[in-house]
Design a protein around this ligand. Structure first.
Ligand SMILES: Nc1ncnc2c1ncn2[C@@H]1O[C@H](COP(=O)(O)OP(=O)(O)OP(=O)(O)O)[C@@H](O)[C@H]1O
Ligand SMILES: [Mg+2]
Length: 268
């Protein structure tokens, strides 16, 4: 792990939907250079947490700090301009644009300043980084196709490309491996693991436990909106509270003859 100073601080985040406490006083950090997993069973509050961190979901309590700055009053696009971007569980691609165009429109939202500079120096920066990101995410052969023509794995790579094209400092990824086969997932893992070397830290939400355990430096675990464990993957995996959250009960101890209960699968 090559972690540096704290990049993201989630401080006592609370979100309620009517009577449902989707997040209750959740605090954790992501350090510069880390790949950090945010895991938990279905409905644990992972997407709500990403929504809250990225400014899509108002907080009932708590703060979000990024690179030492309080983000609470900033809209999602303002957070993105600071290098703090997210992907969506639903992927959110533009179906009538090609893959390349999906990346171009994700580079930046125009401001009055960029509109003036674009008028003075046409095409000065709108395509900066698009080709590089297309290569990085392996979208070259499908750059001129539309999302509807792509496989699920390819659509996920477009979504990741859209997040990376603005050269963020931190990406929040909501289930980038959903529906990928083991080969695609391993390929995604290698790509994600290479990102800190390019200056991109990661908060990863996924149910693919093989991926999460393989590439994350640390994990934070949510259950019913509460943070129940944090630590290195091996440590978290052995935590009784985490085992109970995933299995709904404590596993039976191994029997004296060495045989034990069946191992749970890797997909949580
Ligand atoms: N817009 C909403 N209105 C009401 N309740 C919501 C809303 N969004 C989420 N919830 C509830 O908040 C809780 C947390 O949901 P969330 O989608 O954050 O879970 P998750 O951990 O991302 O689950 P999954 O692994 O299935 O994606 C759940 O009980 C969910 O039903
Ligand atoms: Mg979710």
């Amino acid at each position: 792990m090559n972690a540096g100073p704290v990049l993201l601080e989630a401080v006592e985040l609370s979100v309620r939907f009517g009577g449902v406490a989707a997040l209750s006083d959740v605090s954790f950090t992501v350090e510069e250079g880390e790949v950090v997993g945010l895991i938990g069973p279905n409905g644990a509050g992972k997407t709500t947490c990403i929504d809250a961190l990225s400014g899509f979901q108002p907080l009932h309590g708590g703060h979000v700090r990024f690179a030492g700055e309080d983000l609470d009053l900033l809209a999602p696009h303002q957070r993105a301009r600071k290098g703090f971007v997210r992907t969506f569980q639903s992927l959110d691609l533009f179906d009538d644009l090609t893959v390349r165009e999906n990346l171009v429109v994700a580079v930046d939202t125009p401001t009055w300043r960029s509109t003036i500079t674009d008028a003075l120096w046409p095409k000065r920066h709108r395509h900066d980084g698009v080709d590089e990101t297309i290569d990085l995410v392996g979208l070259g052969p499908i750059a001129d196709r539309r999302p509807a023509e792509l496989s699920n794995g390819e659509r996920h790579r477009v979504s990741l490309g859209r997040a990376l094209v603005s050269k963020p400092r931190l990406v929040l990824l909501d289930e980038p491996a959903a529906g990928l086969d083991p080969t695609e997932s391993a390929e995604l893992g290698r790509l994600l693991r290479s990102l800190p070397g390019r200056g991109v830290s990661i908060l990863l939400v996924d149910h693919d436990m093989a991926l999460v355990m393989e590439i994350c430096d640390r994990l934070h675990v949510l259950d019913f909106g509460c943070l129940i464990a944090s630590g290195a993957p091996a440590e978290v995996r052995a935590d009784p509270a985490v085992v109970t959250a995933y299995l709904g009960t404590q596993p039976e101890p191994a029997r004296a003859d060495g045989t034990g209960p069946a191992e749970s699968g890797e997909q949580a």
